[in-house]
Design a protein around this ligand. Structure first.
Ligand SMILES: *[C@@H]1O[C@H](CO)[C@@H](O)[C@H](O)[C@H]1NC(C)=O
Ligand SMILES: *[C@@H]1O[C@H](CO)[C@@H](O)[C@H](O)[C@H]1NC(C)=O
Ligand SMILES: *[C@@H]1O[C@H](CO)[C@@H](O)[C@H](O)[C@H]1NC(C)=O
Ligand SMILES: CC(=O)N[C@H]1CO[C@H](CO)[C@@H](O)[C@@H]1O
Length: 783
């Protein structure tokens, strides 16, 4: 029958049951037989053979009883001659004598002499349980494949027991190991069982053996990943060969069955291979460039396969973390350039968009422009900014702006970028032309050539192109009733002013015109400036002698009293010069005289005085040739002849005729002289009266001319006051002469009509322009 193993904890003993057979003691007929267990001690009494044979024990010796064996067999028993007991003589090992025979009989013979008698003795040796069951080997090694089915049997070596019958191993001798439950090598790869064999003897004996069961591997396990999902995170731009993660799958199988190879499940796009998976170690490494902005996470299926192709898979999720590797990018979405300079503050001139491909803080961008510009960035929706003006623009100050927009993200370290925006300011005609000077003065020498340039005016207009193009023109006006355009013309482009005609100082000395500078803008802006033209005198007029009258026109004779003392005023040459200043500053010289020592002439006064007392011996008729010169360069001169008669009255001049005859005179001239002298005398008297009145009124005379002759201003005619005050210029010759003559007590007056240009004797004609300006300011009314 079968014994089964239920469950086998290691070293659990296997117990086998035995039954023990007892052999019945029997005796053969005629012979004496004994049955006894084996292995009795020597000397042990088997039985009393004497008694059993009916012999007298005392006679045994005498009869020489002895035990013999058949043949050469061993003698196992002996007889005690004194007692007649059959005793054990030799060890009796049933197993050694009979082996597995069921009955073990030793035949012995009892030999008696006197008479010879032979008695057969059968010794039935009974088995005792002196042998334990025994296995052939100490360890039974069994290999069982783990995939063996339940109920599989495995024969075990039998246990042997030398004993027989009940004393040997009972029941079935061959034990079988039956697989009661499937084996799993991976759970337990070997078992040690203790098999015990027991015999049926009493006491029982047993033998044991160790059954060493080795479970043989089968590829019954797929590799198993340690995680269902692997997650790793990795900064972008990680260098090549960076270890990302190591996956591992374990396969419980052994050998090739347990060798795991890793791989990606799907072949990825070759262009996009970023990771490599080491087939053996499961190390995932970077082999491509990682860009968060391109791909922020990777998800891959990976598999693990063992040698025989069992596989399992897992998911690998790799999150790429952002690194601030993208600088903000500034896009100029629109720009209004040029922008008119009159754009009001707050005008939007451009729109800027800033983008940063990074994420989170790395994409938070601050945007600004440089200081000190009349612009600012106003954040608008999202990443948009408006560039607006913050103040007035002035193209004439700054015509182009170079605006640098800088964007900085908040990464660490922050990245920034900048962009330059060129913004130009368009012109608006907001500046009128401005003359370089407040007013212009031109000095023109009279008798200029028509068309000669007089001066030039310049006006600047900082505006652009036509808005800054200046065109000059004369403002219509009149000078003494004549349109200014007939005096001057202005070059519209250059501002050079030309004389249209030749000027005559003696006609007018200055005038003003207004020049307009106008730009070409629309509408145009303009400004005007005053140009004062001063005509400077040229010595183009020779002195004109008023008295004595030019020769030929009349014949005049001065009377010189006979009693005249030295220094007496006898006459005066009166001359004028239409020029002014030095050109009109006259000097008088006697170039020829009848008696050179008798008369002198005042250098500047023209007064003719006696140099010594008149004596009787002096010639009655004295002729003086006087030259009048002005002080111009070159100087012009005129001459006249003064006829003097030393006499107390005309009647006493018998040779008056002669005098005149001398000089080609006539009777008519004599009369004229007489008439003139009479008039002169009368006039002198009149002056004296006037003087007397004046002195009575105790008015101090104002000196108009500090030369030789001073004239009280009260004597000036009304038109002088006009010149002095209102300043109206007369268009006629601007001079007058007032004179007295013929009396030594009279004062001679000689002035020019100009209260100004008549110079003190010790001064030169040089005048500064400001002096002229003052004069002009005084004398308005030029139109
Ligand atoms: C504008 O400014 C930037 C930075 O200051 C400079 O590089 C660039 O040359 C400038 N451009 C002009 C036209 O001035
Ligand atoms: C001149 O100014 C006007 C506005 O006053 C403007 O429209 C025009 O474009 C300007 N011309 C130039 C050449 O800048
Ligand atoms: C000349 O300029 C003055 C102020 O500069 C101005 O008042 C006047 O109207 C201008 N005249 C003309 C004709 O433009
Ligand atoms: C030879 C031998 O064993 N003799 C024995 C016989 O029996 C008597 C009595 O039991 C013994 O005394 C002897 O020694």
């Amino acid at each position: 029958y079968t014994f089964t193993m239920a469950s086998f904890p290691q070293h659990r003993s296997l117990v086998c049951g035995f039954a023990f057979f007892l052999l019945p003691l029997h005796s053969a007929n005629g012979d004496v037989s004994y049955s006894f267990p084996e292995e009795m001690k020597r000397g042990s009494v088997i039985g009393n053979i004497a008694k059993d044979l009916g012999l007298e024990a005392s006679r045994l010796s005498a009869r020489k009883a002895r035990i013999d064996t058949e043949g050469n067999r061993k003698r196992y028993c002996d007889i005690n001659l004194s007692t007649g007991d059959l005793i054990v003589a030799e060890r009796i090992d049933r197993e050694g004598l009979c082996g597995k025979k069921a009955s073990c009989v030793l035949n012995q013979e009892l030999v008696l002499e006197n008479p010879l008698e032979l008695q057969r003795i059968s010794l039935h040796v009974q088995d005792i349980n002196d042998n334990a069951p025994q296995f052939k080997e100490e360890v039974i090694k069994i290999e069982i494949a783990e995939l063996s089915v339940k109920g599989a049997r495995f024969l075990l070596d039998e246990a042997r027991d030398a004993d027989i019958g009940q004393n040997t191993v009972q029941r079935r001798k061959n034990a079988e190991l039956v697989l009661d439950k499937e084996l799993d090598r991976e759970q337990q790869q070997e078992f040690k069982l203790l098999l015990t064999a027991v015999d049926g003897g009493s006491p029982q004996r047993s033998g044991t053996v160790v059954i060493h069961v080795t479970v043989l591997d089968a590829n019954d396990n797929a590799p198993v990943f340690s995680q269902a999902v692997y997650k790793a995170s990795l900064p972008e731009n990680s260098p090549l060969d960076t270890l990302v993660i190591t996956v591992s799958a374990s396969d419980l199988d052994e050998g090739p069955n347990g060798e795991v190879l890793y791989d990606f499940d799907h072949v990825s796009d070759e262009n996009n291979i970023v990771f490599s998976l080491d087939h053996k170690t499961g190390e995932l490494r970077v082999i491509g460039s990682l860009d968060y902005e391109d791909e922020s996470s990777y998800e891959m299926q990976i598999s693990a396969k063992d040698g025989l192709g069992l596989a399992s898979s897992s998911t690998l999720i790799i999150e790429i973390t952002d690194v601030n590797d993208n600088a903000p990018v500034i896009y100029l979405q629109s720009l209004t350039s040029p922008i008119p300079e009159n754009a009001s503050p707050g005008t939007e001139v451009g729109i800027i968009n800033v983008q940063d491909r990074d994420s989170e803080n790395n994409r938070q961008v601050r945007c600004y422009i440089q200081q000190n510009l009349p612009f600012k960035l106003v954040p608008s929706i999202k990443n948009y900014y408006s560039l607006v003006t913050t103040g007035e623009l002035d193209r004439e100050l700054v015509s182009d702006y170079n605006i640098t927009i800088t964007a900085t993200d908040e990464g660490s370290p922050p990245l920034s970028s900048s962009k330059s925006v060129q913004l130009s300011v368009a012109d608006v005609n907001d500046n009128p032309p401005v003359f370089e000077e407040q007013s212009y003065k031109a000095h023109v020498t009279e008798n200029n050539k028509p068309g000669a340039s007089v001066c030039s005016v310049t006006a600047r207009d900082p505006d652009w192109r036509q808005n800054g193009t200046v065109i000059y023109s004369l403002l219509p006006g009149e000078v003494n009733g004549v349109p200014v355009s007939s005096f001057l013309s202005v070059n519209g482009d250059t501002g050079v002013i030309h004389a249209v005609k030749s000027f005559d100082y003696e006609q007018f000395r200055s005038f003003k015109v207004h020049v307009v500078a106008r730009d070409n803008g629309s509408p145009p802006l303009s400004s005007n400036v005053t140009v004062s033209v001063f005509i400077t005198d040229v010595n183009d007029n020779s002195p004109q002698i008023l008295y004595p009258a030019p020769e030929g026109n009349s014949f005049m004779t001065e009377l010189v009293p006979k009693a005249a003392h030295g220094g007496s005023l006898v006459s005066k040459v009166i001359a004028v010069d239409a020029d002014s200043g030095q050109n009109a500053w006259l000097s008088y010289h006697i170039v020829k005289s009848t008696d050179p020592g008798l008369f002198t002439i005042g250098l500047h006064s023209g007064e003719i005085r006696t140099q010594r007392d008149i004596s009787e011996s002096d010639n009655i008729k004295q002729n003086l040739i006087v030259s009048v010169k002005d002080n111009g360069q070159p100087s012009l001169s005129a001459t006249c002849t003064m006829y003097l008669v030393i006499s107390d009255n005309l009647a006493e001049v018998p040779e008056l005729k002669d005098v005149s005859y001398d000089e080609n005179n006539s009777k008519l001239t004599s009369y004229l002289i007489i008439a003139l002298v009479s008039v002169s005398t009368f006039f002198l008297t009149f002056i004296i009266v006037i003087l007397a009145v004046r002195f009575c009124r105790r008015r101090k005379p104002r000196l108009l001319f500090d030369g030789a002759v001073a004239i009280p201003s009260a004597y000036l005619p009304p038109n002088y006051a006009e010149v002095d005050g209102a300043g109206t210029l007369r268009s006629t010759y601007n001079y007058d002469a007032y004179l007295t003559t013929g009396s030594r007590t009279s004062d001679f007056k000689f002035v020019t009509s100009f209260n100004d240009n008549t110079l003190p004797a010790d001064q030169t004609l040089r005048k500064t322009p400001t002096d002229f300006a003052e004069e002009l300011d005084d004398s308005e009314g030029f139109g």
